[in-house]
Design a protein around this ligand. Structure first.
Ligand code: 5RP
Length: 238
C-alpha cells in the first residue's frame, strides 16, 4: 500500500480528490498545447471541459492570435466572455492550429469525439486545420476505441432508420434524449462497438443515409496527442 494511502485533502472526499487530480491533468495538457500558438495564427478552438481550461488561459496569448474560430455555441460564448471576437470559418479560410479534447484516443492518434455533442463542427475545424492538437488526460488513452459509446449525429427524421442499421452492425444505439446539436440534429450514442479498424468503420458509418457525422476521427486524426499523467505530459506525433 502506498505511504499516502487514505490521505486526502481535508476539504474533499477521496472521490473528489480523484476529480481534482483529473482537473490538474486537464490543466497540464491544456498548458502544454499553448506552446504551439505562434504569431499571426488563426486558432480553432474545440469544445469540452479540457478546452474550457485552455480558453481560460488564452487571454495571455491574445496578441499572437490573428483570429479565433469556434467549434460550438458553448465555446463561442466562453471565448466572448474573455473578450475574443469569434470569426466564422467562412471568413478566415483555413485554420493554422486546431486544439481540442477527445473522449478516447489511441497511440495511432485515432479518436472518439462527440461526448459534448459538438462533433460535426469539430470535424470540420479539424479538417480545415493545418495542425490538429488533441489534449487529453491519461484516462482517455486506450488500445482499442469503442469503450466510450460512439456519438453519431443524425438528422432527426432518420434517427430510427439509422438506429436499425447500427443494430445490424451489432451496435446498441441509445438516443441522447433532450439534446439537440448546434446544427439542429440528434445524437445516437452507440454502445458495444469494438472499433478495431477505425478507418473502415468511419467510412462504413459515413455511408448510412441520414448520418451527418460519425464521432470516429481517423481519416483526419490528430497530428499531436498531448497526454497528461501523474508524472507530467508526454506527446505522440508531430
Ligand atoms: C465534444 C468533444 C470533447 O472534446 C470530448 O467530449 C472531451 O470533452 P472533455 O474535455 O470534457 O472530457 O468531443 O463534442
Amino acid at each position: 500500500m502506498p505511504a499516502n494511502a487514505g490521505i486526502f485533502h481535508s476539504n474533499c472526499t477521496p472521490n473528489e480528490c480523484d476529480n481534482m487530480d483529473q482537473s490538474a491533468k486537464k490543466l497540464n495538457t491544456a498548458k502544454a498545447s499553448l506552446e504551439y500558438i505562434q504569431d499571426g495564427m488563426v486558432l480553432g478552438v474545440g469544445t469540452g471541459s479540457t478546452v474550457n481550461i485552455l480558453i481560460d488561459l488564452l487571454p495571455a496569448f491574445r496578441n499572437k492570435i490573428e483570429a479565433v474560430v469556434s467549434s460550438s455555441v458553448e465555446t463561442k460564448a466562453r471565448l466572448e466572455q474573455h473578450s475574443f471576437k469569434v470569426s466564422l470559418l467562412n471568413q478566415v479560410g483555413d485554420v493554422d492550429l486546431y486544439i481540442d479534447g477527445a473522449d478516447e484516443a489511441t497511440k495511432h492518434l485515432h479518436l472518439i469525439k462527440g461526448g459534448g455533442g459538438a462533433l460535426t463542427r469539430e470535424k470540420v475545424l479539424a479538417g480545415a486545420a493545418h495542425k490538429f492538437i488533441c489534449i487529453i488526460d491519461d484516462s482517455k488513452l486506450v488500445s482499442t476505441l469503442g469503450t466510450f459509446p460512439l456519438p453519431i449525429e443524425v438528422i432527426p427524421m432518420a434517427q430510427s432508420f439509422v438506429a436499425r442499421q447500427l443494430v445490424k452492425l451489432r451496435g446498441h444505439p441509445i438516443w441522447r434524449e433532450n439534446f439537440v446539436t448546434d446544427n439542429g440534429n440528434h445524437i445516437l450514442d452507440v454502445h458495444n462497438l469494438t472499433i478495431s479498424n477505425p478507418l473502415e468503420m468511419e467510412t462504413q458509418l459515413n455511408q448510412l443515409p441520414g448520418v451527418i457525422t460519425v464521432g470516429i476521427f481517423s481519416h483526419r486524426p490528430a497530428d499531436i496527442l498531448i497526454i497528461a499523467d501523474d508524472s507530467g505530459v508526454r506527446k505522440i506525433g508531430q
